[in-house]
Write a protein that binds this ligand. Structure first.
Ligand code: CA
Length: 232
């Protein structure tokens, strides 16, 4: 049963503050002070989402996130990294490790709850919603089809998965290796430049519909999917 939020944080004051805020907002939660406690909590019951501190004694949150993404059972577990570091490099490393989002310390309760809601909405959407829409692009997951203004686009399976990932994670920069993990799955070995090839193909297919600008190259970082910048 996926019902609660697992808070993995070694600082008692922050852990207590976060748990209290979550409970007040109606989210049941469990707490773990390190990765080994988090592992047993996960084994007991899969949470709905995990808040994972970056700096933990022993195994770091970053290493743990990577580990969770490699395992079938936790591959799609929503993870928000809590970090005192707010450098762009660290954010990318966090997202690279498979975190869905990150929150820089100190953060407000309101910010925390807003991020949790957003990540949960995306996670639910990915599993259940049969229809995704971003701008003029529509994906019907049940029919495995994609269209713009009602006109069908025939996408190859990899482009379909890539677009589905982009549409469920808009407005965020993803590195090539993170796109590989998410859209290809890590059971296959693929070179990072393969991502560029598929992004190019996907853009080409979106071009006649003037939706190719939805996929933006972010120099030195990777790609972002955002309908807002499309014509900006
Ligand atoms: Ca810490």
């Amino acid at each position: 049963m996926e019902s609660d939020i697992l808070v993995v944080e070694d600082e008692p004051a922050i852990r207590d503050m976060v748990c209290m805020a979550l409970r007040q907002a109606g989210h049941p939660c469990r707490a773990a002070a390190d990765v080994s406690q988090a592992r047993s909590a996960l084994a007991d019951q899969r949470p709905q989402l995990m808040l994972l501190d970056w700096m933990l004694p022993g195994t770091s949150g970053l290493q743990f996130a990577r580990e969770l993404r490699r395992m079938e059972a936790t591959r799609d577990l929503p993870i928000i990294m809590l970090t005192a570091r707010d450098q762009e490099d660290d954010r990318i490393a966090g997202l690279d490790a498979g975190a869905d989002d990150y929150l820089g310390k100190p953060f407000s309760t309101r910010e925390l709850l807003a991020r949790i809601d957003a990540v949960m909405r995306r996670a639910r959407g990915y599993r259940r919603d049969e229809r995704l829409q971003t701008g003029r692009l529509v994906m019907d997951l049940a029919r495995h089809s994609c269209s713009v203004d009602g006109r069908e686009i025939n996408l190859a399976p990899t482009e379909f998965r890539l677009l589905r990932f982009f549409m469920t994670h808009p407005d965020r920069v993803f590195s090539r290796s993170q796109l590989l993990d998410n859209a290809w799955g890590n059971s296959v070995y693929v070179e990072e430049r393969t991502v560029d090839v598929h992004v190019r193909r996907l853009r080409k297919q979106l071009e006649p519909f003037e939706c190719d600008g939805y996929i933006q190259t972010v120099r030195g970082a990777g790609y972002r999917f955002s309908p807002e910048d499309a014509h900006g």
